[in-house]
Design a protein around this ligand. Structure first.
Ligand code: DX5
Ligand code: ZN
Length: 228
């Protein structure tokens, strides 16, 4: 899974929070025909963030519909309690929040031990320095560019320096992802800073054609990286 992500970067990963849940099967088919490389599942517990979404049961039920890798973005207070459920649901990557688990090494090690990509997310107000001691324990760093909890928010440009710092510090092996307010106007600066995976909710699902939307985002990211 790590090699899949590394080989395909830049990746625009649809944030399933913004999909049409009345037609989830169809949405997955459309994203597969758009050649999405990663599905981003936003899990919210109404406690760590002020919103509720879906959990492992829903993810597990759609897992047989596609071979595209799943990343569970766990915006929940005690992720270690639920790791098994998300691994058993077939998630190939699991991302936990540093703000929920201030000493994340044991949880990240456990995710890796189970053969799953271990991701660590930081909120906009969390400095890069807080995540730095844990970079070696994770495969993926998720830089939140909105306050977690809702789709459709405005991109916070201040976070771009964290992407740049992480890339400079960790080299090319670390997968760096950005999540929130990513679209044609914001993806370039993140790509230029060294980001690999661009989580995109509104800028995919609000568009009439997912193939065009994903290809355009990836092309913009690639163009920015290529020229810098
Ligand atoms: C926010 C989520 C995001 C969000 C992205 O808490 O983690 O994945 O759904 O949606 P857009 O792209 O609309 O900001
Ligand atoms: Zn997310």
């Amino acid at each position: 899974m790590l090699s899949h992500l590394r080989a395909r970067r830049p990746i625009a990963a649809p944030s399933m929070l913004k999909c049409d849940f009345a037609n989830l099967h169809r949405e997955i088919e459309l994203l597969d025909s758009a050649e999405a490389s990663l599905f981003h599942w936003d899990v919210m517990d109404g406690h760590f963030v002020p919103n509720l979404s879906y959990g492992a049961m829903v993810i597990k039920s759609v897992r047989p519909l596609t071979e595209t890798p799943f990343d569970a973005h766990l915006m929940i207070s005690d992720p270690s309690k639920y790791l098994n459920e998300y691994i058993n649901a077939g998630c190939e990557a699991i991302t936990i929040h540093l703000e929920a688990v201030p000493e994340p090494v044991a949880v990240l090690n456990e995710i890796r031990r189970r053969g799953v990509v271990a991701g660590l997310a930081i909120n906009p107000e969390t400095p890069f320095a807080a995540a730095e001691p844990f970079l070696k324990a994770c495969d993926l760093l998720l830089v939140m560019s909105v306050h977690p909890g809702f789709g459709g928010q405005k991109f916070i440009p201040d976070v771009v320096s964290k992407i740049r710092d992480a890339r400079a510090m960790a080299g090319n092996d670390l997968i760096i992802s950005v999540d929130g307010g990513i679209g044609p106007a914001t993806i370039g600066q993140c790509a230029d800073a060294g980001c690999d995976v661009f989580v995109a909710g509104s800028s995919v699902f609000d568009e009439p054609c997912y193939t065009t939307a994903i290809a355009a985002l990836q092309q913009t990211a690639r163009g920015t990286q290529a020229c810098c």
